[in-house]
Design a protein around this ligand. Sequence first.
Ligand code: ASP
Ligand code: MG
Length: 402
Amino acid sequence: MQQIIVQKYGGSSIKDTTRIKNTANRIKSYQNQGYQVVVVVSAMGKTTDTLLSLAKEISTTPSKRELDVLLSTGEQISIALLSMALNEIEIDTISLTGSQCGIKTNSVHSNARIENIDSERILTELNKNVVIVAGFQGINEKGDITTLGRGGSDTSAVALAAALKAEKCEIYTDVDGIYSADPRIIPNAKKLDTISYDEMLEMAKLGAQVLHPRSVELAKNYQVKLEVKSSLNNNPGTKIIGEIDMEKIQIRGITSENSIARISITRVPDKPGIAYKLFKTLSDNSVSIDMILQNLTHENVNDISFTTPVEELNKVSPIVKDFAKNIGAEDVIIKDNVSKISLIGTGILGHGEIASMFFETLSDLKINIEMISTSETKISCIIDKSHSLIATKKLHEIFFES
Ligand code: ASP
Ligand code: MG
């Protein structure tokens, strides 16, 4: 039986017709190697952003259902054009939208989750065709179009690879793989040959933009062999793998996220149930929360701080101010210009010297740390946004260049 390969081409790999033709040639070469090829594509170049701004010109609060109808058209353009390009070089193809190839999701428009994939159609088509699938989209119970969240076509690809039991899943982009830091900011960033699922998940969640975090989660759960590589050359990419030597300290990367806000509620009465009420209210309003910190500052009162994406501030601040008033807290302090700098790797926490080097670097730069959080695979600090670049550069130098 022929092996199935799933390849996902991001917007940069198909940003114009020249790149679409190049991509078609690459796909052909995999078919020549004997693979049955399933291709998942994103929208061309910045199409999704363009569609979004069109919507915003009409409404500041467009219906999420209609946004999904709109944004899903980007990928539909790509599948048709890529399919035509393959036909031009004598490859038989069929293009399929998310709904045509049975990608069933829940009904959370603009951030839907895949519930299952009915792979029958694809498997049948694969016997005679390269199958080209529109990424980022699916269909809900009612038959309405849904989308999976920005960057979601990675998740479409990995989900398909899992459902089709593909030999591997390749994610094509315009850089050679996963780097120790964003190569656009840190020119000395090093390409990683391998990285574990857990490390990659941290990198993706903490701002490395190459992979949609949910795609990494899926790859880990279904043990999908994943590789990130460039569609502009034939260099080997980065393989995302399962096994990793837990005893060894592996430092993989530095990330920075710069659109974060910190919210502090000061002098909150110190009694049971307060944190519960606050975070229950926030979660009832679907606010996404990241780091949480509570510290005992004075007798019987605490300060509670948390971070949230800047875009959530309009929604969050009235909720928090209301809450603070109701429980008799002193004040709400909102800082909309903080950054989260993280060091990612394995075995970091077990070895105190990594944390101490991290803090020493910030201290040498006289950068104040506003919040800290750690896990088995990361150390993150919240600092003032104005220091983000210098901190990232220096940390990269200390951990990767010396
Ligand atoms: N086109 C969508 C976006 O830009 C999905 C993707 O590229 O993965 O978010
Ligand atoms: Mg992407």
